[in-house]
Design a protein around this ligand. Structure first.
Ligand code: TYD
Ligand code: MG
Length: 456
């Protein structure tokens, strides 16, 4: 039986050393040495899988590989199902990342309690059984086939898996696991990588889908080595403002489905509720119009979404005017303000500008540009934009209004929600049958034209 041997590798240049050293002699970098397993003892192979069930791979013609596409498990959560691409693929390894306190454990426990026809093992290295039980009570646990294990050693976990034979495994979190084959402490690069590799092997060999909860570092990337993201099949990100009730679920990588889908949840006292018609909540209904508010028809993934942009423009109290934005790229806001100043002659240089996208949502769709510009102009002039008006266009550097994709879907959604007029780019009208819409379409080419129509 071969013994487990580990060696230290420089993460920068790949140099190797038997002992840990602070400075790499070959590339000169500091603190880059990380311990890794070189050879494994036999018992280091994934337990829980009999060696007879191990498949020996042979090359086979691509046409003859049997397709199992129709076999996806329904995970019992509409939003998560859709974001994953219509259910979960057997044997897939899914990394689920998010900031602390955002609701990762809540969502995963909710899945564990609500999924049907699956035996779930929820392994937690962060909370005690009692804490999990209390949370399960908040969420509701009727008819659940869910087992809780508080353990952090992977060998122990695999022993329990062998005994229980679950059909869905959830690990909370990958940073708390450790394997006995490596000396370094839990959460270190080599531990994370090795534990993930063991779970990957288990998922692929047994066909059990595995969710790994992962922490996120301050700068928003997943804590741990980048290689973790390469190893897994799908990377999910849970985001949102902790002080707001809405949470967004996105995929940043997906081997078995789309990466641009978006799931929306609302955090309630009894867990996370799926939001099936987000536009209605994100836009506040008001009795009378207020200045500085414009509605944008955006797309998040394949789903049209109407969101509210709010701007406040006021005279700067200090010498340097402030620009601040939540949910919208600050550099993009500065660019739009510069366009208004230079190309359209609005004097905004001496004004403070604050921008907010309501609901704690972050938008990246360039189609919000025109709504942002109109919200700023409306606040600056202190004239409200007429109600039931929305916008969907990008603004270019010369002040021209540029077309956006999927205009038909945006128009239909705006019409469905009762909007009466929409401003789109002149170049977007090709192929759009304006007569088939009840909503009034204003094709515009320049920012000044919009200003003229809105504020006369
Ligand atoms: P949690 O799932 O522990 O976050 P994470 O695992 O990402 O760190 O979520 C904790 C927050 O969620 C906490 O602030 C309380 C809140 N919460 C609710 O509002 N309702 C609930 O039903 C539950 C279980 C949690
Ligand atoms: Mg947690």
């Amino acid at each position: 039986m071969a013994k487990t041997r580990s060696t230290f590798f420089c993460q920068n240049c790949g140099a190797q050393s038997a002992k840990w050293i602070g400075k790499c002699p070959s590339c000169g970098e500091w603190n880059t040495y990380v311990e890794e397993i070189v050879q494994k003892s036999d018992d280091a192979k994934t337990p829980g899988i009999q060696s007879t069930s191990r498949r020996v791979s042979k090359p086979q013609p691509v046409q003859e590989i049997s397709l199992n596409t129709d076999h996806r498990y329904d995970i019992g959560d509409k939003e998560l199902n859709r974001v994953l691409g219509n259910g979960i693929v057997p044997g897939s390894l899914i990394l689920f990342g998010g900031e602390p306190g955002i609701g990762k454990s809540t969502l995963m426990l909710q899945v564990a309690l609500r999924v049907r026809k699956m035996k779930v093992l929820y392994v937690s290295g962060e909370e005690s059984e009692q804490q999990i039980r209390m949370r399960a009570e908040r969420i509701g646990m009727e008819g659940a086939d869910c087992h809780i294990l508080t353990e952090t050693n992977t060998q122990q976990i695999f022993q329990q898996i062998e005994a229980l034979q679950p059909t869905l495994l959830i690990i909370d979190s990958i940073q708390t696991l450790h394997t006995s084959h490596i000396e370094s402490s839990p959460g270190s690069v080599s531990q994370i990588r090795e534990c993930a590799a063991e779970l990957l092997r288990y998922a692929k060999e047994s066909g059990t889908p595995v969710f790994l909860i992962g922490h996120i570092t301050k700068d928003g990337s997943l804590a741990g080595p980048k290689v973790l993201e390469h190893m897994v099949d799908t990377v999910l990100q849970f985001e949102g403002d902790r002080n707001h009730v809405y949470r967004l679920l996105r995929t940043t990588k997906n081997r078995f489905g789309p990466t641009n889908e978006l799931g929306i949840y609302e955090m309630q006292g009894s867990g996370l509720r799926e939001v099936s018609n987000p536009s209605e909540i994100l836009v506040t209904s008001r009795d009378e119009p207020v200045s500085g508010i414009a509605i944008a028809a955006t797309m998040e993934g394949m789903r049209p979404l109407l969101i509210e942009t709010q701007a406040l423009v006021s005279s700067a109290a200090y010498g340097t005017p402030q620009r601040s934005s939540t949910g919208f790229d600050l550099r993009r806001l500065s660019m739009l303000l510069a366009v208004l100043e230079k190309r359209c002659g609005f004097r905004l240089a001496a004004k403070d500008v604050f921008l907010n996208i309501t609901g704690g949502i972050k938008v990246e769709d360039p189609a919000v540009d025109l709504a942002v510009v109109c919200a700023v102009l409306s606040s600056n002039a202190d004239i409200p934009i007429p109600q039931k008006t929305c916008f969907s266009a990008e603004v270019g550097l010369s002040g021209e209004i540029r077309p956006v994709n999927r205009i038909d879907q945006r128009l239909s959604e705006a019409e469905k929600l009762g909007y009466e007029q929409i401003f789109i780019s002149r170049y977007n009208t090709k192929g759009v049958d304006q007569k088939s819409y009840k909503i009034k379409i204003h094709p515009v080419g320049k920012v000044e034209e919009v200003f003229g129509i809105l504020f006369g």
